[in-house]
Design a protein around this ligand. Structure first.
Ligand code: B12
Length: 168
């Protein structure tokens, strides 16, 4: 999947090919997982993923989840139209390391701001890294709302997530 990500970033592979590769990887993981669980292999970390309130786009988010899973992360996918409260609830319920928020509409980007504020109000902001992405989202916007990271695509999302947790 790392190679697929590299080829995607270089413009040699496209979204459908990435989806096919991710699906093949998931099928392989389903076979390997029970054996990996028996061994000493530990998870890279837990990521809560969701498309923010008011937004139903999930193709990019799902791709991010698949790539991260391929890199060894545990994914808790909250789906689409996820409220700030639901993100806060999930942080409390799962011992997660990262929240990954996706927004595809300029009109739903403020839901990211609201979620970061809700995390702070709930007193859990310090426990978790916030990663944002989606076509209209930029590094400048991520900085503005106090997110810890931004990535423009699924392969760099995995790299940034690892960086946030200090994994090379
Ligand atoms: C497919 C699609 C839909 C589908 C969604 C199906 C689904 N299950 O997702 C449907 C038909 C439902 C839809 C509906 C609407 N859509 Co629409 N849709 C698109 C479309 C064509 C493709 C989006 C997509 O999947 N791209 C492919 C994925 C792989 O790319 P991606 O999402 O950007 O994700 C990558 C990165 O952004 C990043 N990433 C994504 N999430 C995350 C999260 C994290 C944490 C990180 C680190 C990275 C990351 O990594 C991903 C993989 O590399 C875009 C146009 C376009 N060309 O982008 C319009 C688009 C996003 N839609 C648009 C609009 C306006 C709408 C509607 C409002 C239309 C309407 N009037 O009803 C509704 C809104 C519904 C809602 N409330 O959400 C506009 C948004 C305009 C704007 N600036 O806000 C767009 C840009 C079309 C346009 N040019 O007008 N849409």
């Amino acid at each position: 999947m790392a190679e697929v990500g590299r080829l995607f970033e270089e413009g040699e592979m496209f979204v459908p090919e990435m989806l096919i590769a991710a699906r093949a990887m998931q099928a392989g993981m389903a076979i390997l997982k029970p054996h990996l669980a028996e061994g000493e292999i530990t998870s890279a970390g837990t990521v809560i993923l969701g498309t923010v309130a008011g937004d139903l786009h999930d193709i990019g988010k799902n791709l991010v989840g698949m790539m991260m899973e391929g890199a060894g992360f545990e994914i808790v996918d909250l789906g689409t139209d996820v409220s700030a409260d639901a993100f806060v609830e999930a942080v409390r319920e799962h011992k997660a390391d990262i929240i990954g928020m996706s927004a595809l509409l300029t009109t739903t980007m403020p839901s990211m701001t609201a979620t970061v504020e809700a995390l702070t109000e709930a007193g859990v902001r310090d426990q978790i890294k916030v990663l944002v992405g989606g076509a209209p989202v930029t590094q400048a916007f991520a900085d503005e709302i106090g997110a810890d990271g931004f990535a423009p695509d699924a392969s760099s999302a995995t790299r940034v997530a690892k960086g946030l947790l200090g994994i090379s």
